[in-house]
Design a protein around this ligand. Structure first.
Ligand SMILES: Cc1cc2nc3c(=O)[nH]c(=O)nc-3n(C[C@H](O)[C@H](O)[C@H](O)COP(=O)(O)OP(=O)(O)OC[C@H]3O[C@@H](n4cnc5c(N)ncnc54)[C@H](O)[C@@H]3O)c2cc1C
Length: 412
């Protein structure tokens, strides 16, 4: 059986990995060149700590406050877009205690499954992802932030997650190379991180060695359909016939699915990162700087910092006034890192595929019997990649899935 995967980001490649291992002939189509998409410049977290969906109580009020500042970590570009309005309304409706109570256990299930599968995948690929099981800090510089994170630690305990609340001196003891300037924080020992570029390179090289046909610089233009089934993917180069199709097109998921008459609510959430090479005194653990919504990841001797969520449509414009606060936050939390604001050409940007309820889309759309969707992972694409690939394989092979996937259905 031949399976064609539309999209070669971490989600498409992870699907390819599990399908190839199951013995299928696999072809991946992507219009990029395999060196850049949202899966390269991210923070690399595999984070069971992120079991609270993005749409949660308080986020709307906080978001509106942030909208008033040009340097805040969140921005929605005001524009007349029906999709944005529908997405915004759904997000608003989902940001309730009731929806979070319903969705968090599903997110927790898939995060836990994915963490263990990702460790297996990395082991299977010779440790090529540079995966580290070093945990992750949620660091707070204000009392208010610290109180909020302590509540999160209590919620984590209800999912069986170890999440010790640490004082500033306990955190300092775990970061011997740099000074830490915080009120306190929570540590999630279960979290891991990968080097995203190494992970993507290793996945490409493994899949190619295994005979996966990866077609870069090939644009998806449409699908050939017959009797409720897709018979071929039409690209700008050729028609690719296959038995099964997986759509894993990241922030472009609605565009590619619209070629199949399937509609999903999704907005692209632009974020930035920059990587400092060979940092003399580096942090030992990844950290989320809670009040500033910034993420820091040690990648060997290098240090990546990133953040912001801009809902400004599909564009890769670099807005330095949103990058500077990320650097400022890093220097506030770690005052002797003395990080400089990077030149714009040293800033990476990527588009997160953001669903309005914080859950991914994983499953078959009802109209098509041989299409599966794998997308909408927002800020959790790396965290959820392995489980998504594994579940897509189970769906295609008509197996009972390891976890319930009803909450991730495409038409919801
Ligand atoms: C600053 C930042 C930090 C982040 N940190 C983390 C983190 O620490 N942990 C985590 O889990 N996640 C993180 N994320 C999110 C994560 O990067 C994404 O969720 C993930 O990369 C999405 O993967 P994807 O495969 O769905 O999309 P992508 O990687 O964007 O891949 C989609 C692919 O589809 C292709 N495509 C689309 N349309 C077409 C078409 N018509 N024809 C051909 N090809 C097409 C594109 O070219 C692209 O290569 C972060 C994101 C950002 C921006």
């Amino acid at each position: 059986m031949k399976i064609c995967i539309a999209g070669g980001g971490v989600i498409g490649l992870s699907c390819a990995y599990y399908l190839k291992k199951a013995g299928f002939e696999v072809i991946v189509v992507d219009r990029g060149n395999g060196t850049n998409n949202c899966s390269f410049g991210n923070a690399g977290y595999i984070s069971p700590s992120h079991f609270i969906p993005l749409a949660s109580p308080g986020i709307v009020a906080q978001g509106l406050k942030w909208m008033l500042s040009s340097t805040s970590p969140f921005y929605i570009k005001p524009r007349l877009s029906l999709d944005l309005m529908r997405w915004g309304w759904k997000f608003y409706r989902n940001a309730t205690e009731k929806t979070v109570k319903h969705n968090a256990p599903h997110l927790n299930n898939i995060l836990q499954l994915s963490r263990s599968l990702m460790i297996d995948m990395d082991n299977n690929l010779g440790g090529g992802f540079e995966l580290k099981q070093d945990g992750c800090f949620m660091l707070c510089r204000t009392e208010e932030g610290f109180i909020h994170e302590k509540e999160l630690a209590r919620d984590a305990a209800s999912f069986g997650l170890d999440a010790p609340v640490l004082s500033s001196s306990e955190i300092q003891a775990m970061e011997p190379e740099v000074k830490v300037n915080v009120k306190g924080g929570v540590f999630f020992p279960i979290d891991c991180h990968v080097h995203p570029v190494r992970m993507m390179e290793r996945l490409y090289s493994y899949l190619q060695q295994q005979g996966t046909d990866i077609q870069f610089q090939t644009e998806i233009k449409g699908f050939e359909k017959k009797d409720g089934r897709i018979t071929a993917l039409i690209t700008d180069k050729e028609k690719i016939k296959a038995d099964e199709f997986v759509v894993a097109a990241g922030a472009w998921l609605p565009d590619v699915l619209s070629m199949l008459g399937v509609s999903v609510l999704l907005q692209s959430g632009k974020g930035y990162s920059t990587t400092y090479v060979n940092v003399v005194r580096n942090i030992h653990h990844p950290a989320i700087l809670v009040e500033d919504r910034a993420a820091m990841t040690p990648l060997g001797r290098d240090l990546r910092i990133g953040g912001t969520m801009e809902l400004s449509g599909i564009n890769h414009d670099i807005k330095m006034h949103r990058v500077k606060p990320i650097v400022r936050a890093a220097n506030t939390f770690y005052p002797d890192l003395h990080l400089e604001v990077p030149a714009p050409e040293m800033v990476w940007t990527g588009l997160r595929p953001v669903s309005p309820d914080g859950l991914p889309y994983i499953g078959r759309p009802s109209q098509w019997s041989n299409v599966s969707v794998a997308g909408g992972h927002a800020m959790l694409g790396v965290s959820l990649a392995a489980a998504t690939g594994h579940l897509i394989r189970q769906i295609i092979m008509n197996e009972k899935t390891d976890i319930p996937i009803e909450a991730f259905r495409v038409e919801r």
